[in-house]
Design a protein around this ligand. Structure first.
Ligand code: R1P
Length: 312
């Protein structure tokens, strides 16, 4: 640990750096693209304006933050790694150090179930989570075990900002995608790449052979599986107006975070075919630019470009 932390409830250093991302007020913009892969984050930074210095920080806990301007608008690109917990760290820590409304777009990869093919783009209008039900796997002799346990739990659906989704779609269409290559529908965010995504692993009892059937019976319009989007949509939907409390401005809705996601289909989970590295490179180039364009188009109710100590 590099820094002395002051308060264990929401840990920050004396200069206001958050514990896991290590950024402080002024180092993250109100408009953010979040990706899993840190090399994808670095690759996107080549599109930032050349006349503004780019802030770069790699934290000890695996977060990469780049902040600069894109066509004159401050934006951050944040690599968070993988999974629901990393998304939770990222959103809560960023929310605590940025004043004003946030717009966050996740640009990631996913597996598809059903119609979307490898190389297509998904813009999920909503997401639900699938988590392993640990109790199901406890010993039969365990007296605390109940008989009606199911191996996997499904949450309700939480939704994206519909305007932000439309902007992403519009920009993808402008950047070489055909409308047949773009899918909406629901995304399943799973707590494992393996068990809760229905992969067979001979080394564990996973009871997941029926998981695709259960997904389509529960949410028939599910198109994708990945590991982060649910937490983004869930936290955006439950974000409060507290960060805006010093302002006289009134938000048009009750959340301080606007969120959307778009994912490149890397895997077809029905055939288990995997995308080629050349196709990934191509998709990142054309879809990444579209996401940046969608982000700067986004109206925010309140931003604070005059933030003290801003890096941009
Ligand atoms: C698994 O390989 C990772 O890829 C997907 C999943 O959600 C998971 O994080 O997304 P990213 O490409 O954004 O990391």
């Amino acid at each position: 640990m590099k820094f002395q932390i002051l308060n264990a409830n929401f840990p920050k250093t004396d200069e206001g750096r958050v514990y896991h991302m290590e950024v402080k007020r002024g180092e993250v913009a109100n408009r953010i693209i979040t990706v899993g892969d840190s090399s994808r984050a670095k690759m996107f930074s080549k599109w930032l304006d050349k006349d503004t210095p780019v802030f770069y920080l790699e934290s000890q806990r695996g977060f990469t933050t780049l902040t600069g301007k894109y066509h004159g608008v401050p934006i951050s690109i944040v690599g968070i790694g993988m999974g629901i917990s990393m998304m939770d760290f990222f959103i809560r820590e960023v929310r605590s150090i940025v004043d004003g409304q946030l717009a966050i777009i996740r640009f990631g990869s996913c597996g598809s179930i059903g119609t979307p093919n490898i190389g297509n783009m998904i813009i999920p209008s909503g997401a639900f989570a699938i988590t392993r039900n640990y109790n199901y796997f406890s010993d039969d002799e365990d007296e605390t075990r109940t008989n009606d346990e199911k191996p996997y739990n499904f949450t309700n659906v939480f939704y994206a900002d519909p305007v932000l989704c439309k902007q992403i779609e519009k920009q993808l269409l402008k950047n070489s995608f055909d409308e047949k290559e773009i899918f909406t529908g629901l995304n399943a965010t799973c707590d494992s790449f393996y068990s809760s995504q229905g992969r067979y692993d001979e080394n564990f009892r996973d009871s997941n052979t029926d998981i695709f059937k259960t997904i389509t019976a529960t949410y028939p319009n599910t198109v994708s599986l990945e590991m982060e989007t649910f937490m983004l949509y869930h936290l955006a939907s439950t974000s409060t107006l507290a960060p805006l409390k010093h302002s006289n401005k009134v938000l048009d809705k009750g959340n301080s975070i606007k969120a959307a996601a778009t994912m490149m289909v890397f895997v077809d989970r029905f055939s288990n075919e995997f995308i080629s590295p050349e196709n990934v490179q191509y998709l990142q180039e054309i879809a990444g630019k579209a996401v940046l364009d969608a982000l700067i188009e986004t109206e925010l109710s309140e931003v604070h470009p005059e933030n003290e100590g801003c890096v941009w």
